[in-house]
Ligand binder design. Sequence first.
Ligand SMILES: [Zn+2]
Length: 200
Amino acid sequence: MTSQKTAMIQIPLDIPQVEVLSTEIQPGGKLLIRVESQVETTPCGVCGQDVRCTFGHGQEIQLRHLSVLGLETYICIRPRRCRCYECETEPTTTQVLPWYEQRSPDTKAYDRYLLKQLVNSTIEDVSLSENVGYDAIVGALNRQVDDAVNWDEVDDLNTVGIDEIAMRKGRNNYAAIITARQHNGKVQVLAVLPDRKKRQ
Ligand SMILES: [Zn+2]
């Protein structure tokens, strides 16, 4: 008789300074990866001094991350907290790690992924294919809008693309995604620029 055992794989989680506590596949096909920060300190929100995170944890946050084998994937973390005794009011601060932004529902890696999906596409299309709300995609786009292009990351400018994304139907609110095809054939996002052109 053939074995019914499922073949398993192990792949590295490409997120720095965390430890994986558990993984769970929910019935709807959602993969939850629970992690714990290994970063011991965080800057005090008031005085800016690094303080050891010994003041427990905040509420768990779930951050959408790059899909694993077609599963909607979330990184779940209870952020560490610190209390600063140097400041008069002894304020507490919740740690934020470099791979996500405070109040963002996504990891930065997933924000960048969404941006790439928008090239030659529309917000509606990406919203459907990723099962992410329209406003959440606009949010991801807005988090990456920058007035400057990081030219250091570009090795080939022979094929540059400019994609204009309408951020709201019927309103004059556009962003432009600038991309360049690199030597290795991959498309690199150079910048997301606000497009302030007047339109009718
Ligand atoms: Zn302080």
